[in-house]
Every structure is written in structure tokens, then in C-alpha cells.
Design a protein around this ligand. Structure first.
Ligand SMILES: [Zn+2]
Length: 409
């Protein structure tokens, strides 16, 4: 009787080992190639059927995170919303500042703001040499820019899949041109099993020339051709490997410039005792330090026809609930942009992102070579967000963490 039980136990143990090995061969340690395109909208990819010849599952439209690339990339590659990562947009209010110093400069520079056109021109010029975005010059002392915000940069300290797994990176931020990234990727594909590339010129071309321009069209066709080459080559070299093509946000054609530079005419001098404001390209944040003024400012912005103030419920859902990110977060409707805009150096920004993530133009792409069903996903729940794409990548990468003993914290 005892020997029979032993025999069954040994048999079960053997079966377990066999299954584990099978799992490793079939599911684990598959090579992964992630192609990240800055700013490609789902709408455009779908309408033009950009990836039709690549035999990939279309997981889109993907709802991006709120804000600009800097946060949207964090949601994609770290799974953290702004509240969790601790910043929202590139510029934020300093936690502390030298009040006397800030006030002295504020008094000197304030008159520039009142001459709107001159203020815009000076901002444009100053931004060539010194990054001040669209922050009113007299309020610049209250703001600071985040450091190491690019989540996939080797120097970033933000926790991400790049910290957790040994992913080789070929970045346009490092090589300067998409074409060099494509060349470099071809060279690395046979060498490394986990490869990530970033390309960024489509985003730039959209901002500078517009989505309907010939220059954008030429760039788009060429980029998709280069991606197809990479994918086909990858399949030859690593037929078992996974391929993911994804982006951080969509893009909308800009139709009208908006100016809310009259905030101080409406509500008096801005300071740390009253309110401080900053208009980014599509988002205005106002920090209000006076309760009565808060109601007045919120009311004023709510009545503005070209945007809306995010409600507390919405802020919680989008992960921007902390008051550190602004007492009011006002976001423009698709197609509007705050004037002047400092996205890039061109005089007029032709296309923009950073609108509400639920806008159709802001939805983005995710194409995948594997089967979601095989990975245990419920295909009925296909309305995916950036955080789901992050989870998918983590799922694919998991065997690599264990094998190499490099699983980060
Ligand atoms: Zn952009």
C-alpha cells in the first residue's frame, strides 16, 4: 500500500516537472520586440489601415493617461498615474520658494504680461535659449521643471519595466533621428532577446506641419515602411518572438488659438497669497490660496466655452486628485490651443495632444503579434487603457525576471 502511494507521488512529481519544462518551452522566455511610436492616433492608423500587412492583432483604441507624453509614458511603462508618480506635466509649483526674491522679480516682470502680443513674442525668443514654456515671466520663480522625467531613459529613477527586466533600448532621444534608430534596431535584433525602440519624428512633424500636410504624409509612409521592414526581419530571425507596436497618445489638428492671459485683470495680482496660474498648451492649472477667490475662478473657468474644469470625481479616476497639481485643472476642447504655445519652436503649432483622454483623436494604438486569449484575457472586455498595455507587457516579460534573477523592486 505504502509503495503504491510512493509510486503515485513520484509519478505526480514527474508530471509536474514535465509540465513545468513544457511551460518554459512554450510560454516562457520568448523574445520580445517593442516598437514605441510617439504620438500616433488610433483614428489615423485605423482609417489608413497602416499595419494591415503585418498580421498583428489590433488591441486599440487604447485610452491614454491624462496630460502630456511625460505622464502618458509613465502610465504605459510604469503603470503609475500622476498621483502615484508624484508629478503632472513637465512643470509644477515649487514646494517652497524664497518669497522676497520671487516678489522682487515678479514686480519687475509683471508689466510684460499685460502687453499680450509682446509677451508672446518675448516668450518665443526666450524659449530658444532658456526653457520657460508659457509660464508668465513674473511667476517663473514659483515653478520648477521635473528632472529625469523620461521614463525609459537609462538615467530615469522612475520604477518601470526597464528597471525590472533587462530590456535593451535604442532610443531616438539618444540617436537623434528615427532612421538611425531603424538601422540600429536591425543590427540589434539578432543580438538581444528583449528589445525596445522609440521613434519620435511623427509627433514632431504633426506639431510642425499638421496631420494633413504633405510633409507629414511622406514621413508617415516612410515610417510605416521602416516598421514593416523591421517586423518582417524580426519574424525571420525570431519566429517565436512577440512583437508589440504601441504609442502614448493620439493627435488632433489645431483649429483655433485661445488666450486666457487676462486672469490677473479678472482676479487681481497673482501671488502665493491669491492665486498662481500657468497655461500649458492645452491644460491650464490654477493654484488658489483664498476660498472666495477659488469659487470665483472655478466659476469663471466653468463658463468658458472652449474647455472644462475637471470635477473631483474625474480627477480621482484620472489619477490627478492631489491639490498639489492645481486647485483647478482646466482642459481645452479638441482643436483649441493656448496662445502662445511652446510645443516645439515653430511659430504656430498645427496639431496637438494633451486633450481629454476620452476624445476620439487622443486614443492611441497597440498592435500585438500574440493571442490575448492564450494569455488568459477576457476578450469581451476589450476597452483597453494604457495601464492594461502595461500589464500585458509585464505578463510577457515575467519569465525573464525569474530566469535572470533580475526582478527589481
Ligand atoms: Zn508631442
Amino acid at each position: 500500500m505504502v509503495s503504491n502511494a510512493c509510486f503515485v507521488l513520484i509519478l505526480l512529481k514527474g508530471l509536474r516537472l514535465f509540465l513545468r519544462e513544457e511551460f518554459k518551452v512554450n510560454r516562457g522566455e520568448k523574445a520580445i520586440f517593442i516598437i514605441f511610436i510617439d504620438g500616433l492616433s488610433y483614428d489615423l492608423a485605423k482609417r489608413r489601415n497602416l499595419f494591415k500587412d503585418l498580421d498583428l492583432s489590433d488591441l486599440g483604441p487604447i485610452t491614454p493617461g491624462i496630460g502630456y507624453s511625460v505622464n502618458q509614458k509613465v502610465e504605459l511603462f510604469s503603470g503609475l498615474k500622476p498621483d502615484e508618480v508624484g508629478f503632472f506635466c513637465e512643470w509644477g509649483l515649487k514646494p517652497s520658494f524664497n518669497t522676497t526674491k520671487v516678489r522682487r522679480y515678479s514686480g519687475l516682470l509683471r508689466p510684460i504680461r499685460n502687453a499680450y502680443i509682446l509677451d508672446g513674442l518675448i516668450h518665443k525668443m526666450v524659449n530658444f535659449w532658456y526653457d520657460t514654456a508659457n509660464i508668465p515671466f513674473h511667476l517663473i520663480g514659483y515653478f520648477s521643471k521635473i528632472k529625469d522625467g523620461l521614463v525609459y531613459s537609462p538615467t530615469s529613477r522612475i520604477p518601470s519595466i526597464f528597471k525590472e527586466y533587462p530590456i535593451e533600448r535604442v532610443l531616438v532621444e539618444e540617436y537623434g533621428e528615427d532612421d538611425i534608430v531603424f538601422e540600429e534596431a536591425l543590427r540589434r535584433i539578432p543580438e538581444v532577446p528583449l528589445l525596445f525602440i522609440s521613434i519620435g519624428e511623427l509627433d514632431l512633424y504633426a506639431h510642425h506641419f499638421g496631420l494633413g500636410s504633405e510633409k507629414y504624409e511622406v514621413k508617415l509612409v516612410k515610417t510605416i515602411e521602416n516598421i514593416a521592414n523591421l517586423v518582417n526581419y524580426y519574424r525571420k530571425i525570431r519566429p517565436q518572438g512577440y512583437i508589440l507596436i504601441l504609442s502614448d497618445h493620439g493627435m488632433a489638428e489645431v483649429t483655433q488659438g485661445i488666450s486666457l492671459n487676462n486672469m490677473e485683470k479678472e482676479f487681481g495680482e497673482a501671488s502665493e497669497k491669491t492665486f498662481i496660474y500657468f497655461q500649458d498648451s492645452t491644460i491650464m492649472r490654477v493654484w488658489v490660496f483664498d476660498t472666495v477667490l477659488y469659487t470665483e475662478i472655478e466659476d469663471y473657468l466653468q463658463k468658458t466655452p472652449f474647455g472644462k474644469v475637471l470635477s473631483p470625481e474625474e480627477r480621482k479616476k484620472l489619477g490627478v486628485s492631489t491639490p498639489d497639481f492645481g486647485s483647478c485643472i482646466f482642459i481645452l476642447k479638441e482643436g483649441y490651443i493656448f496662445r502662445p504655445s511652446f510645443h516645439g519652436l515653430s511659430l504656430r503649432t498645427k496639431a496637438m495632444h494633451g486633450y481629454h483622454p476620452e476624445c476620439k483623436s487622443q486614443k492611441t494604438i497597440c498592435y500585438f503579434s500574440g493571442s490575448l486569449q492564450d494569455l488568459g484575457y477576457d476578450l469581451n472586455r476589450m476597452k483597453l487603457e494604457s495601464l492594461d498595455v502595461f500589464e500585458l507587457m509585464r505578463k510577457l516579460l515575467k519569465p525573464w525576471g525569474k530566469t535572470l534573477g533580475r526582478k527589481g523592486k
